[in-house]
Structures are given as structure tokens and as C-alpha cells.
Design a protein around this ligand. Structure first.
Ligand code: GLN
Length: 249
């Protein structure tokens, strides 16, 4: 199996290294025709406006849209999530082209600027049920986007509390987020829709490879997803998840 990693800009090397840790070869993708040689694609984090400009320059958008449309698995992390979203807000003046396909609205720098980057434990019931290991995951958020709204066909895999005071530096009015049935406001940070997976954080910057192996299952077992909720925890010894590769000083 060959998994392509869009290698225009951003953390593509880190994804290739993470794929290697789960025994899969990652192939750098820079040209439209290279997409024909891979079964799946990861669109990494980076800077979505720059990445979009480079993708436009290399005439990649039509091929990327086709890849999504024919049902090949695609995982977008951070800027990659913005790429996959049908709608993005908070973009730079002039906006940026999107690949689209993922029925959601993303706010580009929901969690603020580089200075507001942070790490936090997030609850990942679906991933833990399929991949074993602890029920939470160390989320590394770097100038991270947030998912404001999703369509009915989108499965929410993780969300985080969004108390307005915590995101005071965000250019998004967090007060305007919908309350979840009267409880605290939450912002969605990981979703799945058919062949598409998207995370606002960076699993490739941690040693925990469960998101990568979850994505590989989407490649190997594309039709098994509906059975997921009944999957029990793996009886094998869960691998050790230790420190993230990326650590704030
Ligand atoms: N918010 C950034 C953007 O607009 C993405 C940040 C990231 O990928 N780490 O591109």
C-alpha cells in the first residue's frame, strides 16, 4: 500500500515518519499525476493560504477534487482540514481555494495565533474503541482551526470545550457557538465523513500512532465503518504512548 502525502509545504515529513512507524511507505505528492500511484492521501498541516497558492501553481486542485470524489481515503490535518472543508471562514483577504467534499464549516484560526498554540488531552472514544489504548489523546494545536458546523452525514470524533474567555484571542466570536443541548459550548476538532477524515490538531507530532492506524483501516477496510460502534477494546497489550515529539518549552 502506498499513502500519498501532499508535500508542498508544512508537516509532510512528520506524516511520512509517522506512517513509517506503522509500517507504511509515505509517498511525497507534488504533481497531479503522482496521485494516480497512491491509494490514499494525507494533506498535512502548515499554512493553508500558502499551500493553496502552491497547489494552484501546480494545477493540483482538479486532481485533488477528483481523488476525493472517487472515494479514495483522504485525511486532512489542520491546514489539511481547511482544504477539505466545503466552507471556511476567517480566511485572509481574497480567500483561498478549497478542495472541499467535507460537509462542514471551518474557522481558519479558531484557537488564535501561533502564540496561543497549546497541547491538551482530548477524549477519543471511537479511536480508542477501534485502536485500543487510552481513552484520550494528546492533541497538539498549532494555530488550529475549529469546526463550527457539520452536516448530518458527518461523524464527530472529538470536540473540546470552548469557554469564551479561553479563546479571547480568537478572531471568532466564541459566544456565537451553538450550545450543545444547554450544556457547555464545544468546538469540534475531529470528524469523519465516508472516505474523509479530518483533525484540527497534529497527530503526526506525537508518538501515538492511533490516528494513522485508524486512517489506514479506512484504506484497507473501506466498508467496515458502520460496524465501528460495536467494536470492543483490543485485548492486545496497548502500545506505550509517551511524550509527544513536539513539546512546548
Ligand atoms: N490555521 C492555519 C492555516 O490557516 C493552519 C495551521 C496548521 O496547519 N498548523 O493555515
Amino acid at each position: 500500500m502506498a499513502v500519498g502525502v501532499l508535500a508542498l509545504q508544512g508537516s509532510f515529513n512528520e506524516h511520512i515518519a509517522a506512517l513509517k512507524r506503522v509500517g507504511v511507505k509515505g509517498v511525497e505528492i507534488r504533481k497531479p499525476e503522482q496521485l494516480q500511484s497512491v491509494n490514499a492521501l494525507i494533506i498535512p498541516g502548515g499554512e493553508s493560504t500558502s499551500m493553496a497558492k502552491l497547489a494552484e501553481y501546480h494545477n493540483l486542485f482538479p486532481a485533488l477534487r477528483e481523488f476525493v470524489k472517487i472515494g479514495k481515503p483522504v485525511w486532512g490535518t489542520c491546514a489539511g482540514l481547511i482544504f477539505l472543508a466545503d466552507k471556511a471562514t476567517g480566511q485572509k483577504i481574497g480567500g483561498q481555494e478549497l478542495v472541499g467534499g467535507l460537509n462542514c464549516t471551518v474557522h481558519r484560526n479558531f484557537f488564535g495565533s501561533q502564540l496561543q498554540s497549546f497541547e491538551t488531552e482530548i477524549s477519543i472514544p471511537e479511536i480508542a474503541a477501534k485502536e485500543g489504548g487510552p481513552p484520550s489523546f494528546r492533541g497538539v494545536f498549532i494555530r488550529a482551526p475549529g469546526i463550527l458546523e457539520v452536516g448530518p452525514e458527518v461523524q464527530v470524533l472529538a470536540d473540546v470545550p470552548a469557554p469564551p474567555e479561553k479563546y479571547a484571542k480568537s478572531d471568532f466570536d466564541v459566544e456565537s457557538l451553538k450550545d450543545n443541548a444547554g450544556s457547555e459550548k464545544k468546538v469540534i476538532v475531529a470528524v469523519k465523513q465516508g472516505n474523509l477524515l479530518a483533525t484540527a490538531f497534529h497527530p503526526e507530532l506525537t508518538q501515538d500512532t492511533r490516528w494513522h492506524s485508524y486512517f489506514l483501516k479506512m484504506v484497507n477496510e473501506p466498508n467496515k465503518e458502520e460496524a465501528s460502534s460495536s467494536t470492543s477494546l483490543s485485548s492486545e497489550d496497548p502500545p506505550k504512548y509517551d511524550l509527544p515529539v513536539y513539546q512546548q518549552g
